[in-house]
Design a protein around this ligand. Sequence first.
Ligand code: NDP
Length: 311
Amino acid sequence: MKKTACLIIGSGPAGYTAAIYASRANLKPIMIEGLQPGGQLTTTTDVENFPGYPNGIMGPEMMEDLKNQAKRFGTEIISGFVTSVDFSKNKGELHKITVDEEKIFESKTVIISTGASAKYLGLDSEKKFMGFGVSACAVCDGFFYKGEDVVVVGGGDSAAEESIYLSKLCNKVYLLVRKDSMRASKIMQERVLKTPNIEVLFNHETIEILGDQNVNKVNVFNNITKENKLLNATGFFVAIGHKPNTDIFKGKIKMNSAGYIITHADSSLTDVNGVFASGDVQDSVYRQAVTAAGSGCMAALDAERYLSEFE
Ligand code: NDP
């Protein structure tokens, strides 16, 4: 068993920023990296919108920089996956966290930054071209397809928003909706339908994403007529929703119906004393590396303030 003042779960931009702040405040944080060390950014290529990198940086490299920065101030990084949590109900008491079903950690404060995972279609070709034409974030990657033709998949608000965003950068956007109608709000649907360079293909599904090194075509089929066609496109954006990584916290902390942890307004406080949440695990709206990093900073400051009550 190991005891600490501050335990951070998750190693994306939120977790590392929390670690940098907590270690500089001498909280000697321990970070449990999770199943995907570095988080979602390790699956992207160039990151051009994170402040401080004028020439852009590769996602995995940026996460390595954040890791080194957290280590420099003494964060202990442990590779492993949190399998269960036992949050104390009483203020100031220790929370118990089990890693890989056997290692027990006790900590007065816990920062949850386990992120969210984009949902994908599950095609082999989608995996093959990940970062080489396939993306789940138009704001992150849309710029690379300036003036080109792209495909967006999905019929909800995310797909509508991503299509509209991309329509301002790209020559043409094909929006593939698997049903004969969109699930997006009426206002978003109207915006999509009146954007001249968005072509909505209702009842269309993806068969395969094609290309050499990068995507150059998408094979789609109409699930009513059963006809298929090839769309010329260099980008393939999947916008079929995200899933917050909160399964292990179910019943232990307050979440909304979609599983996102609920934090108090303008803070990282949750409904459990000493447990804070930062990054995409509590944010279904902005979902950017920089907003996650900002909320990681908030969580570390909130944890520090909480601990100072017991000194
Ligand atoms: P949603 O769950 O609302 O929509 C997912 C969409 O993806 C649905 O149209 C669904 O189709 C489609 N889909 C799911 N699986 C597949 C698949 N395998 N192949 C093809 N299509 C598929 O997710 P969103 O991310 O769009 O939205 C999540 C929440 O966030 C919503 O509450 C939304 O309102 C909100 N949001 C709000 C925004 C805003 O207000 N600006 C922006 C973005 C999101 P089907 O309908 O057939 O099931």
